[in-house]
Design a protein around this ligand. Structure first.
Ligand code: PXP
Length: 250
């Protein structure tokens, strides 16, 4: 493998550009324009989550992203028939299946794969048939990693939300324990032949130990980058995150 293909990839999630737009029902800021800036700043891909309630990204945003992007789109969605139809129509590079509850503020936990294995196997197969790389967003739990492999996912994305929450709560023993689980499950998943990604809640302060896990191939980061862009500009925030990831990997 070349040095370039070994490089840790950064997927920039542009959902919260749409959150800001939708807060006023305006036409701006445009998540597609943000995605183009992210590509220029070195994003290796763009991530967008079309939620069932369309609280941020809209169907029209997905249409426009598919037309405008030069880098791959990682399309996050719940495992529903409606979302499957949308993904089959667009055939994005990657589909990341996430759990979704209407009342939650963000994707709070990982997907229950082990307990829903038959349904997920059938759900994933047509997506793979049209060429989408299917990823499952799961907690650092051996049962879920093993089940993800069994149901036919090619990729797992490990949920880093608890690790980040413990860090900001100052609960360092719990943070380090969770980092240990993430490290072990990245190795376990890689050993099964899965490609391992990670994301949720990552910031300049929390990214390095996750970026340093050798089996992790991609990070998906959104809310913090859009927040940091208030101070650094989106280009500056992405470049700084990229530099921290590269430092951690060196
Ligand atoms: N990865 C997945 C699967 C997600 O659902 C999200 C949130 O949409 C992210 C990464 C990015 O999380 P954050 O916005 O907290 O960086």
């Amino acid at each position: 493998m070349s040095a370039q293909s070994d490089r840790l990839r950064l997927g920039v999630n542009i959902d919260h550009v749409a959150t800001l737009r939708n807060a006023r029902g305006s036409a701006y800021p445009d998540p597609v324009e943000a995605a183009k800036v992210a590509e220029e700043a070195g994003a290796d891909g763009i991530t967008a989550h079309l939620r069932e309630d369309r609280r941020h990204i809209s169907d029209d945003d997905i249409d426009r992203l598919m037309a405008a992007l030069e880098r791959p789109l990682n399309f996050e969605m719940a495992a529903t028939d409606e979302m499957q139809q949308i993904a089959l129509r667009h055939k994005p590079h990657a589909v990341c299946i996430v759990p979704e509850k209407r009342e939650e503020r963000t994707t709070e936990g990982g997907l229950e794969v082990a307990g829903d294995a038959n349904r997920l196997t059938q759900f994933i197969a047509p997506l793979r048939d049209v060429g989408c790389r299917v990823s499952l967003f799961i907690g650092a739990d051996e049962r879920q990693v093993e089940a993800a492999h069994r149901v036919g996912a090619e990729v797992i994305e490990l949920h880093t939300g608890a690790y980040c929450d413990f860090h900001y709560e100052g609960d360092i023993p719990s943070r380090d324990r969770e980092l240990g689980h993430l490290t072990d499950m990245a190795r376990f998943g890689h050993g099964l032949g899965l490609e391992v990604h990670a994301g949720h809640g990552l910031t300049f302060e929390t990214v390095r130990p996750i970026a340093a896990i050798p089996e992790v191939r991609e990070l998906n980061i959104g809310h913090f980058l859009i927040s940091a862009s208030i101070f650094d500009g989106l280009d500056g925030a992405i470049r700084r995150m990229r530099a921290l990831m590269d430092e951690a990997r060196a």
